[in-house]
Design a protein around this ligand. Structure first.
Ligand SMILES: Nc1ncnc2c1ncn2[C@@H]1O[C@H](COP(=O)(O)OP(=O)(O)OP(=O)(O)O)[C@@H](O)[C@H]1O
Length: 633
């Protein structure tokens, strides 16, 4: 007996058959919304109650509409009319708003399946600039498509899409970020954003201000691409700001919004007729879109009268013939959907249903490429490390012997090894999450991956550098300074320093995830690094610290590393010489006395390692928890 899910999957395969290489489904999807209201909270001005508490603001007010497959519709209106809010609600991608009313796709209430069924091209394009166009699309295909789609099939699909969208010649170009020498232009980035959405052959495509920032030729080319897409059965919904007359006439339908209400919905040319019937005739040779928006916009100095005029048009449209035709269509769609074959299955709820490790692996690959392709971070840091290792090693060379000065030199060198691998890495990762947060939020909100996958990928991608860098540093500095020349002592020192660098980075990641901006994270980290340094065991005898704060050294990996490295330097050392000239000065006669002097215990070596490993995981878990908390805000 087949399971209900298996049955519904079959329904998915047959009813949503693709009929072109890059187009959507044969059946398509009709999106209807009835009596839709979207509320947000307002914390300023008129939206604030007398007590200063945020008040509820109605952004979309009782709006109904329908988009059938193969339709290209423009949501138009003055700035603040509610276009983006309406589109986000229809696409199931709202943030910090409450929705009332029905939004149905072929009669089914929208849900997480919209991430798979629809594409959303945002107004601002966010990419990982270090990737090439082809790498970006390949990565997105790996995340969005079923893992069983072959490498060849993905390559072919990318090639087709790039040719369609006019980006084939940029395939190997790095996307770039602002300030980079070589990068895609604004228009090319916009087309790449489209290409990314086309990978999943969306049945409905939402585009937020797709023509903003483009010259008139590029804008026209882009809207004609949308037209072609619509001709193949996709329902395409755009918000658009003052299109040219030519662009305006390319849309099948327009919906004019003002203060969250519909002033007109229907064919673009009929809009002018509707406005003219009610006393607003567009002058000859005037851009019709500009005219319609100017009628609905609030004129400075005439706020009340402009709002009255706009509201009057909304009331007139609500009782117009066009509105009743729209309501008939909505009711018909709902009725047909209730008796139709279309079904939404679990299959459509997620992109490709990838395994946790599969997605994490691809995210790690992307993070790794970002790390290695940033020469300022990687190569310069390695060169800097080598230079410091030579300088430190040479300064201590010849100073380490079995005298009291030698004791000071060894402990000084150990502190240099630890501090050099603590502070720089800790501060250098502080910007990791604040800078990538917008892209991360967008991708997680689109259901591409989970916070855990993103966090693990970032941590793993950093690992090779976090092992190589401290190893190179210790290798040079240890032998130049002539620290204890045994393999055991060297290996323990190297392991401690690798751990130190990894914990410091984990701690930096935690601060980076916990605070929204670099200055804030710095403000909290500076006092913390003082605690680390003071409790490292170099500056104060730990047992001499006040009782109330004697627990502080237990969170200091600098102390654990200092203890472990001191143990291997001093364990078993005897016959340290004292100065004969001044018998009054304190004298440490053996390695055991040195360890006691610094409050260290030779039996703690493995406990120190365990504590460091524990700290590493604690910081990363805390970092993950804080990052996850941010995604819930
Ligand atoms: N979550 C929210 N809470 C409160 N108010 C909001 C929220 N989101 C948007 N608004 C307000 O709702 C109004 C409509 O915003 P929206 O971004 O939808 O307008 P728009 O027509 O897309 O404008 P533009 O063309 O300038 O992007 C604006 O006044 C905006 O400040």
């Amino acid at each position: 007996m087949s399971s209900p899910l298996a049955g519904s999957n079959r329904c998915y395969q047959f009813s949503l058959r693709s009929y072109s290489q890059w187009s959507p489904t044969e059946q398509g999807a009709t999106l209807v919304w009835r009596n839709l209201c979207v509320y947000g909270t307002s914390t300023s001005g008129s939206g604030t109650t007398r007590l200063g508490n945020p008040s509820i603001k109605c952004i979309i007010n009782n709006v109904s509409g329908a988009v059938t497959p193969g339709t290209l519709i423009a949501l138009m209106g003055a700035s603040g009319a509610g276009k983006s809010t309406l589109m986000a609600a229809l696409a199931y991608r709202t943030q910090r708003t409450a929705i009332q009313g029905d939004i149905l796709v072929n009669g089914h209430p929208i849900g997480p399946y919209m991430y798979r069924l629809s594409g959303f091209v945002h107004q601002d394009d966010l990419f990982v600039g270090s990737l090439t166009v082809h790498e970006h699309l390949y990565f997105m295909a790996k995340l969005k498509l079923n893992p069983h789609v072959t490498h060849q099939a993905i390559k072919q699909m990318i090639q087709d899409i790039l040719e369609r969208i006019g980006l084939a010649r940029c395939s190997q170009t790095r996307i770039g970020e602002d300030g980079d020498g070589k990068m895609l232009s604004g228009g090319e980035k916009k087309r790449l954003a489209f290409a990314t959405e086309l990978l999943t052959k969306p049945t409905i495509l939402f585009c937020d201000e797709p023509t903003t920032g483009l010259d008139s030729f590029s804008a026209q080319a882009l809207v004609s691409t949308l037209q072609q897409l619509a001709k193949r059965g996709t329902a395409v919904i755009c918000t658009i700001h003052q299109p040219s007359s030519q662009l305006f006439s390319m849309f099948d339908q327009v919906m004019l919004l003002t203060e969250g209400r519909v002033a007109y919905a229907g064919k673009p040319n009929d809009a002018l007729q509707f406005f003219s019937q009610h006393g607003y005739t567009c002058p000859a040779n005037y851009n019709p879109a500009e005219f319609l928006i100017s009628v609905l916009a609030t004129a400075p100095g005439f706020e009340k009268s402009s709002q009255r005029a706009a509201h009057r048009l909304c009331d007139l449209f609500a009782v117009s013939e066009a509105a009743s035709q729209r309501d008939v269509l909505i009711n018909l769609e709902v009725h047909m959907a209730e008796s139709g074959k279309f079904c939404i299955t679990n299959e459509q709820n997620r992109y490709g249903r990838s395994h946790w490790f599969h997605t994490t692996l691809w995210l790690t690959y992307r993070s790794f490429l970002t790390v290695v392709r940033d020469p300022t971070v990687q190569y310069l840091r390695l060169l800097q490390k080598i230079a410091i290792a030579f300088m430190a090693g040479l300064c201590f060379s010849g100073a380490i012997d079995t005298t009291q000065l030698g004791v000071q030199a060894v402990q000084g060198m150990l502190f240099i090894l630890i501090s050099e691998n603590t502070f720089t890495p800790m501060y250098s990762v502080l910007s990791v999450f604040p800078t990538t947060f917008p892209l991360f939020m967008r991708e997680t909100k689109n259901g591409l991956y989970h916070t855990s996958q993103y966090y693990v990928a970032n941590a793993v991608a950093m690992l090779p550098g976090l092992i190589l860098e401290p190893l190179v540093f210790v290798l040079i500095a240890y032998w130049l300074a002539e620290l204890r020349p045994t393999l055991y002592a060297f290996v323990v020192t190297a392991m401690s320093i690798v751990l130190v660098m990894n914990i410091s980075t984990a701690c930096g990641c935690f601060f980076s995830a916990a605070f929204n901006s670099l200055p804030r994270a710095m403000a909290y980290l500076v006092p913390f690094d003082y605690i680390l340094m003071i409790t490292s065991g170099v500056f104060i005898h730990l047992s001499a610290m006040p009782l109330a704060i004697r627990w502080l050294p237990y969170i200091s990996w600098m102390m654990y590393a200092n203890e472990a490295m001191s143990i291997v330097q001093w364990d078993g050392v005897a016959n340290l010489t004292c100065s004969v000239e001044n018998q009054e000065l304190p004298c440490l006669k053996s390695g055991t006395e040195v360890l006691e002097h610094y409050s260290f215990d030779a039996a703690h070596l493995w406990a120190d390692f365990c504590a460091m490993i524990l700290l590493y995981f604690c910081f990363h878990v805390l970092g993950y928890v804080f990052l996850r908390r941010k995604t819930k805000c």
